[in-house]
Design a protein around this ligand. Structure first.
Ligand SMILES: Nc1nc2c(ncn2[C@@H]2O[C@H](COP(=O)(O)OP(=O)(O)OP(=O)(O)O)[C@@H](O)[C@H]2O)c(=O)[nH]1
Length: 379
């Protein structure tokens, strides 16, 4: 009888353990499903990065999460900056200019690595080493045999990730994240290609008009200044007429690259149309700094040697109109895309009328529009 009772107790304890592990797996499954559902509704790389870095850590109660992405052409960095992410302030986002690290770590079998944190194996996957004796899971993200990145999880609980563990949930998460990453990158490329000027490779007017609206909303919220520069190549018709349309195209491409090289990554440069470009300076650039940037661009173009299609050197110049929207000077409702563009265009008109190859600056004025006050001249 006693023996039967002992057997029953052992059986009961087995059953209890089984029920516990089923409950635990249900909780895990629910967490994975929540994360997967969130990943499937994302629209941009920026959202994907935020989701992966923040939600994964909180949802799975991890001590560190990092996200490695292969970014050979620096495109992903540009997408993220354009969408307002301060990449330099995200130590857990690691953008690699080559896939060598991932190839070395996963290439043999494309399987996750689970185990103790070892600096030689895991050091490059975490910005700072997790606490001593942490356990980690490095999950390769790949599609069609190509490694795109990795999701890296760390816990101070050294039993959390062990070599012998079943990895079904983690495999599935890596697989879903890989598909989402591939879709997001394809979507970003299509979206941005339609926002790029085919000749010069800088953004087009459509992109600029989207961005300027977003930036004005931001200005209303933060009270920071927003400056817009209108740039127009002087006597461009004469360049076309003298050297031919193809040479004109070469000049436009070279001018766009030269202007881009004077700007910060976070500034927006777009071809507005024909020989007109527009620059939106990143939030917080005041009116004086904006005029300085404009003057730097003007000087850089004036000093630059351009070439026609027969490699004959030629010189060009730019007229630039600068308009600054300073929320401390105008009412929020006065701050509109049209008013900012109009003010920059008016300043450009003055620069042209005052002799070209110069910068004229002004503010978006409250209700009664004043002529821009000229305080910076080209030469
Ligand atoms: N090569 C080339 N020329 C273009 C392109 N788009 C516009 N243009 C030319 O740019 C010229 C612009 O001429 P205008 O608007 O008269 O201006 P401008 O000669 O630069 O004179 P100002 O602006 O007054 O200094 C026209 O001849 C257009 O045909 C382009 O994509 N390629």
């Amino acid at each position: 009888m006693d023996e039967l009772y002992t057997d029953l107790c052992v059986l009961q304890s087995h059953l209890d353990n089984l029920v516990d592990s089923i409950r635990l797996n249900q909780i895990k499954l629910h967490r994975f499903q929540t994360l997967e559902m969130n990943l499937l509704t994302l629209n941009s790389l920026r959202e994907l990065v935020d989701q992966v870095l923040e939600d994964t850590r909180l949802l799975f109660e991890l001590d560190a999460v990092s996200f490695v992405l292969v970014d050979e052409k620096g495109e992903l960095k540009r997408f993220l900056i354009e969408d307002g992410l301060r990449v330099e302030k995200q130590p857990n986002l690691i953008l690699l200019s080559s896939g060598d690290l991932l190839d070395r770590t996963f290439r043999k079998h494309l399987r996750p690595y689970l185990g103790n944190y070892k600096v030689e194996k895991c050091g490059a996957f975490f910005p700072g080493p997790p606490a001593p004796s942490s356990s980690v899971a490095l999950l390769p993200l790949y599609r069609r045999g190509k490694l795109m990145g990795s999701l890296n999880l760390a816990s101070t609980d050294k039993t959390r990730f062990c070599e012998q563990m079943a990895t079904d949930f983690l495999d599935r998460l890596a697989c879903v994240l890989s598909v989402c990453l591939e879709n997001t990158l394809n979507f970003e490329l299509i979206r941005r290609t339609s926002l790029i000027d085919m000749l010069t490779g800088v953004n087009n007017r459509r992109y600029f008009e989207q961005r300027v609206g977003e930036e004005i909303d931001r200005t209303r919220r933060t009270g920071e200044c927003l400056s817009c520069l209108f740039l127009d190549i002087d006597h461009f018709k004469t360049i076309n007429d003298t050297y031919g349309h193809q040479s004109g195209d070469r000049v436009l491409v070279d001018a766009a690259q030269t202007i881009r090289s004077t700007l910060r990554d976070s500034d927006v440069l777009a071809r507005y149309g024909g020989e007109e470009f527009v620059v939106l300076l990143s939030a917080g650039t005041g009116d004086r700094a904006a005029a300085d940037v404009a003057e730097r661009i003007r000087q850089c173009i004036a000093d630059h040697e351009f070439y026609d299609k027969n490699s004959q050197a030629l010189q060009i110049s730019l007229s630039i109109g600068v308009a600054t929207l300073d929320p401390s000077r105008i009412d929020g409702i006065d701050a509109t895309v049209e008013r900012l563009i109009e003010a920059a265009d008016r300043a450009l008109y003055l620069a042209k009328n005052n002799g070209r190859n110069r910068v004229v600056s002004g503010f978006v004025e409250p209700s009664i529009q004043k002529a821009p006050q000229q305080y910076v001249a080209g030469f």
